[in-house]
Design a protein around this ligand. Structure first.
Ligand SMILES: Cc1ncc(COP(=O)(O)O)c(C=O)c1O
Length: 386
């Protein structure tokens, strides 16, 4: 049974988002796994998703013996190209994942039309989109269900963490009974390490220290000295023995704290994104153009396309500039054995192009006007790609 604190966090989240039910998990990928299980996805089924995502999004599909079917992206929004979606539907398709990349809402009218016509449920991947809106409606409230991540790089962080939301009573009941019968608890050591990492994060991680901190964190994760977002065993579905894990009290407490300041976080992200628009425009760089009566994105990071991605990342690390690299390949990170995830080179050419060009700039509450100025000064030394 989830603790009172966990129930409190789930209620606060569902109320804030405007969904009937919310269920918290150890990570976002575990939230997706629970959802797919509850929807009855299994051996031989197909799940459609954009070919520009994080491999951890694909693992739950593979764990269930289902097949990921990739759709290429639109270059302007990095989201699934709805014009290419319907032809991928087969009698085996059991779900469509609409991932709102970087916080840009997908074209939900088109996706919901195709899904309804073919009677296929839509799962919204809101891991990068907290409070983005499409025609005034919040992302996460369109499909049968949605899931969120609260890992380090996400709109707010509890270190690790995930949440499913749904308005569907039957689906909610299925998730609840799965939790009751199969979910394991994180061990004390893991929870303690996560708590310690959150303390270090609060005290020491700022834009100029991020690149160094990420390198140290990856090294310590490999050595097993910290609880990382991903372990190497997660690349092998058959090793996923303790994957279906509950959220801890540490995450619930941290999440409740974050929800109290969520409006400030969102306003800051919007203000920073506008600042980047203005600064880039002043330098004659292409920047975001969209119709605010249609979409109101709350971005997780600010994407920019450049010709010399590797060089920029290497120089940024030396210069103490917080330059993000995702997605490094169609199924981030670059180490992903693509063939093992049913991805063949050339399958999603726009996603592959975006992987080679897109870097991203910080919008989070610790980044400020000086960060934006420094980041724009840095990135505009490179060649923009339109
Ligand atoms: C778009 C997207 N979906 C899902 C996930 C998985 O979230 P988590 O790391 O919490 O499992 C990620 C991971 O970073 C992501 O970028």
């Amino acid at each position: 049974m989830p603790s009172t604190r966990i129930r409190e966090y789930e209620s606060a989240f569902s109320e804030w988002l405007g969904a009937k039910y919310a269920f918290s998990f150890w990570k976002g990928r575990v939230a997706l796994y629970a959802l797919l299980r509850a929807m009855g996805v299994g051996e031989g089924d197909e799940v459609i998703l954009p070919g520009y995502t994080c491999v951890m999004d694909v693992n739950p599909i593979k764990y269930l013996g289902a097949k990921p079917v990739y759709v290429d992206i639109e270059p302007a929004t990095f989201n699934i190209n709805v014009g290419l979606l319907e032809v991928k539907i087969t009698p085996n398709t059991k779900a469509i994942i609409a991932q709102h990349t970087y916080g840009y809402p997908c074209d939900m009218d088109a996706i919901m039309n195709i899904a309804e016509k073919n009677s296929i449920p839509v799962i919204e991947d809101c891991c990068l989109a907290l409070d983005s809106k499409y025609k005034g409606k919040t992302m996460g409230t369109f499909g049968e269900a949605a899931y969120f991540s609260f890992q380090w790089n996400k709109p707010y962080t509890t270190g690790l963490g995930g949440m499913v939301v749904t308005n569907d009573e039957k689906l909610a009941g299925q998730i609840e009974s799965l939790r009751a019968s199969e979910m394991c608890l994180p061990c004390r050591k893991e929870v303690f390490m996560l708590w310690a990492e959150l303390v270090v994060y609060r005290l020491f991680i700022y834009p100029r220290t991020t690149a160094l901190a990420e390198r140290v964190f990856r090294y310590l994760t490999k050595k097993g000295a910290v609880v990382g977002s991903s372990s190497s065993s997660e690349f092998q579905p058959e090793m996923a023995c303790d994957f279906f894990k509950a959220a801890s009290g540490v995450q619930a407490r941290s999440g409740l704290r974050q929800l109290k300041k969520i409006e400030r976080n969102i306003a800051h992200r919007e203000w920073m994104a506008q600042l980047y628009d203005e600064l880039l425009e002043q330098k004659g760089w292409p920047c975001r153009k969209y119709d605010r009566s249609m979409i109101e994105p709350v971005m997780v990071r600010y994407p920019v396309r450049i010709a010399e991605k590797d060089k920029a990342l290497a120089e940024a690390a030396k210069a103490g500039i917080e330059l993000g690299s995702w997605f490094e390949c169609p199924l981030h990170p670059i180490e992903t054995p693509l063939a093992a995830y049913d991805y063949e080179a050339g399958m999603c050419p726009e996603a592959e192009k975006a992987s080679n060009e897109a870097v991203n700039l910080p919008l989070h509450p610790r980044a400020n006007e000086a960060t934006a100025e420094k980041s724009v000064e840095f990135i505009t030394k490179f060649t923009p790609v339109k």
